[in-house]
Design a protein around this ligand. Structure first.
Ligand code: 1CP
Length: 340
């Protein structure tokens, strides 16, 4: 009876309304997050403090009737656990030190789950505090997206990473494989600690040719999910190949994810075709419209529910909540979807 709506939807059940959670539902648009965050200026240290990370995870759950809580952490914890320096420059974003040799990275794989055990502790804490009818989501960055940061050392246009994928395919494939091996272990640890859904964020799937998309996105996702299932982890997975455009359909067809998260550009028909493959879709409200608010926001929320309401649909954004989004607009959307 208490089975969370989000899990019922991911199992293919039709519910009276779609479940809702929002990418980046914790974070800087919330004043209570900014206050908590100010107590630990080092962002990585904040992510690895289970008490504070659990509090950040729960903040939006107290304010809004959301159906899912996503653990507060970051995709760049994996490179750090593999031996690469990671830090955040205030007001600028992530910075990574020199990429360690392949052998050094490989030597860290087995210890990744242990190194990131504070994230497991955050999950256990949140699961204890959260009502049983609300789902807990774990996540990781997908191999290619994480590799772009490891190669480029910061947020970038990924030109160097994509060029390397053509110029030095063996090295890139070997690096992706290290990330596949590290990431499934990390996700298995999260499932064991209480995560009921696992999200794979492939935030930088855009701009890839069909060949590169297959090699850098589809194949690593397939291997990663195979490894998880071989290890006995049955937790549903939502894949988010952001910016994949028309290649999303091939992704949904070839990768054994239960849910496919669609980005802001996804058409009504694209979502319906993915639903027709037996996949649950998630998305795809524009974060810019969420920030803008007003009657256009209500109209778009209604249209998304209508166009995708005939198949399983998880209501969400097409990318994360922007830091300067008014809290009242988030309230407005959640009320529109949940009736509360
Ligand atoms: O000072 C701060 O508070 C830093 C802002 C911040 C926050 C709140 C960062 C830095 N990360 C996070 C938390 C975070 N990151 C969460 C949990 C919060 C929640 O969702 O409620 C999650 C799921 C992520 C995932 C993440 N981090 C992604 C994938 C999703 C996406 O947005 O595409 C990516 C790409 C990152 C990298 C990252 N972390 C932070 C920054 C500034 C960046 C770089 C983004 C970029 O390159 O544009």
């Amino acid at each position: 009876m208490d089975t969370p709506r989000l899990l019922r939807t991911l199992a293919g059940e039709r519910t009276s309304r779609p479940p809702i959670w929002l990418m980046r539902q914790a974070g800087r648009y919330l004043p209570e997050y900014r206050a908590l965050r100010a107590t630990t200026p080092d962002f990585i240290a904040f992510c690895l403090d289970p008490k504070k990370a659990a509090e950040a995870t729960l903040q939006p759950m107290r304010r809004f009737p959301l159906d899912g809580a996503i653990v507060f952490a970051d995709i760049l914890l994996i490179p750090r656990a593999l031996g690469q320096d990671v830090w955040f420059e205030a007001g600028e974003g992530p910075r990574l030190g020199a990429l360690p040799e392949l052998g050094v990275l490989r030597d860290h794989i087995e210890q990744v789950a242990e190194a990131l055990s504070p994230v497991g502790e955050t999950l256990s804490r949140v699961r204890t505090a959260l009502e049983p009818d609300r789902a807990l989501l774990g996540f990781a960055g997908a191999p290619w997206t994480v590799l772009t940061y490891m190669l480029e050392g910061r947020s970038s246009d990924r030109t160097a990473a994509r060029t390397a994928a053509y110029a030095d395919p063996e090295r890139i494939d070997a690096l992706l494989n290290v990330l596949v091996e590290a990431t499934w272990r990390y996700l298995a640890m999260q499932a064991k600690a209480g995560a009921q859904v696992l999200v794979l964020f492939e935030s930088w799937a855009e701009g890839l040719s069909e060949d590169l998309f297959q090699r850098l996105v589809v194949e690593p996702h397939r291997r990663l999910i195979d490894r998880l299932r071989q290890a006995g982890v049955t937790t549903p997975v939502i894949g988010f190949p952001r910016g994949a455009g028309a290649l999303v359909e091939g992704y949904a067809h070839r990768v054994d994810v239960q849910g496919v998260a669609l980005d802001t550009q996804a058409s009504a028909e694209l979502g319906q075709r993915v639903q027709a493959m037996g996949k649950v879709i998630q998305g795809a409200l524009d974060p810019l419209l969420l920030r803008a608010g007003g009657p256009a926001l209500d109209a778009r929320v209604d249209r998304l529910m209508e166009q995708w309401g005939d198949g399983p649909h998880i209501f969400n954004l097409g990318h994360g909540v922007l830091p300067d989004t008014p809290v009242s607009h988030v309230e407005q959307v959640i009320a529109r979807v949940t009736g509360r």
